[in-house]
Design a protein. Structure first.
Length: 402
């Protein structure tokens, strides 16, 4: 629905202005009057640059979603009407993209849609997990409780994501810096030494000649190498977009010697936290497993969860199909089994998630401690070898002079 800017007055005579989503101008004016506001001006909102050029649109961060959910839960708990909550949150939202989404949701709710249906129209912002939990909260009359659980879940999930991202970012950044330094030395510094050595004449030591040959190769083919790397990256991205490619790549990620163990722990933590949140919110187990599988982020994990769902549909327990899993350790399977037997599955899954959150913390710290010296030694060793190779002829010339 279109967006309109409005100016009006309250019953007390105070001037107010804002933005509203409605089917047309008459609909916007009717909605404003229902809110005890007498509109004096209602005009279609002009297009922003971000609407003309989509790539300029600011995305909705998880942090924005957490703040929205937490504030919404507080307002609902305080007894404010749903539409008024959306109006307040939409008006104060600084992210233009998220502001537009909130106001569109408000317009849909005013038009008679349920809150969960209105959220479902924006899958890029509110995923299936969010929409289904809100739907469960609406049916059970515990929307404030559900929103509080959602906010806590999103905060912990965001914290977990940032930990993993931080662990991946450091080695990537050092590798890029090391590559740039080595390329600059080979293309800019080494040619200066080569010219100096030619002026001196004589035969160069083997290490020096190898470095100079590498410099010649890099200067001649660096453009082709950059293009080749770009083509390879694009090809891998396209391959990962296929069903088979994603299965192969995700399997390799989980089996990788350095990051595989960390990714498995992250998968277990995310699975446990998500399923615990959904079960404690009253979502049926089969629906919960379907949503957890689709939000797993790894196709290998997704397949194991969907296999578990199929087994439950046949009358088996959750623990049975997870026996011998390549992702879920035996301890986790045993704890899930105990949770099923005691009828406290959501609480047990929460304990598993807390444990593996700590495990991820420990793994990230250990990984950083391991990679930092290795990367520093690798970078220092590479630059040191280049410098030694360049100074060998100078030492040779000095010996001849003496």
């Amino acid at each position: 629905m279109p967006t309109y800017t409005w100016v009006g007055k309250t019953r007390e005579g105070l001037s107010k202005k804002g933005v509203i989503v409605a089917a047309d101008v008459d609909g916007a004016m009717t909605t404003l009057r229902a809110q005890a506001i007498t509109p004096t001006s209602v005009k279609p909102k002009g297009k922003d640059l971000s609407e003309i050029f989509p790539f300029l649109q600011k995305g909705v961060r998880i942090r924005d979603l957490v703040i929205f959910t937490r504030q919404f839960a507080t307002m609902i708990d305080a007894g404010l009407p749903l539409v008024q909550c959306l109006d307040i949150l939409g008006t104060q939202e600084e992210n233009a993209t998220f502001k537009k989404v909130i106001l569109q949701i408000k317009g849909d709710v005013e038009s008679g849609s349920t809150f969960s249906d209105a959220l479902g129209k924006h899958p890029k912002v509110f995923d299936r997990l969010y929409v289904n939990l809100v739907a469960a909260g609406e049916v059970g009359g515990i929307l404030d409780t559900i929103l509080s659980r959602l906010a806590a879940y999103l905060e912990k999930n965001d914290k977990l994501r940032r930990k993993v991202k931080g662990a991946m970012t450091y080695p990537a950044a050092v590798t890029v810096i090391a590559t740039v330094v080595v390329v600059v030395m080979l293309t800019k510094v080494i040619p200066v030494f080569e010219k100096m050595f030619k002026d001196f004449g004589g035969t160069l030591p083997a290490p020096t000649q190898m470095v100079i040959n590498l410099s010649h190769f890099l200067q001649a083919y660096i453009l082709y190498m950059i293009i080749g790397l770009g083509v390879i990256a694009y090809g891998l991205k396209r391959y990962y977009g296929t069903t088979q490619g994603r299965l192969v790549m995700d399997t390799l990620f989980l089996k990788s010697p350095i990051f595989g163990s960390l990714l498995r722990k992250v998968a277990v933590a995310r699975f446990s936290r998500t399923l615990s949140t959904m079960l404690s919110s009253g979502v049926p187990i089969l629906d919960a497993l379907e949503i957890v599988a689709r939000t797993a982020g790894n196709v290998v994990v997704e397949r194991e969860i969907l296999m578990t769902k199929s087994s439950i549909a046949e009358g088996k327990t959750i623990a049975e199909p997870l026996q011998g899993s390549k992702v879920f350790p035996g301890m986790v399977v045993q704890m899930i089994s105990v949770g099923e037997q005691t009828g406290a599955m959501d609480a047990m899954l929460g304990k598993i998630a807390d444990f593996y959150d700590d495990e991820v913390d420990t793994a990230v710290d250990a990984l950083t401690s391991l990679l930092e010296p290795l990367l520093m030694v690798g970078l220092g060793g590479t630059i040191g070898c280049l410098l030694v190779a360049m100074y060998l002829p100078i030492f040779k010339i000095a010996d001849n002079v003496v």
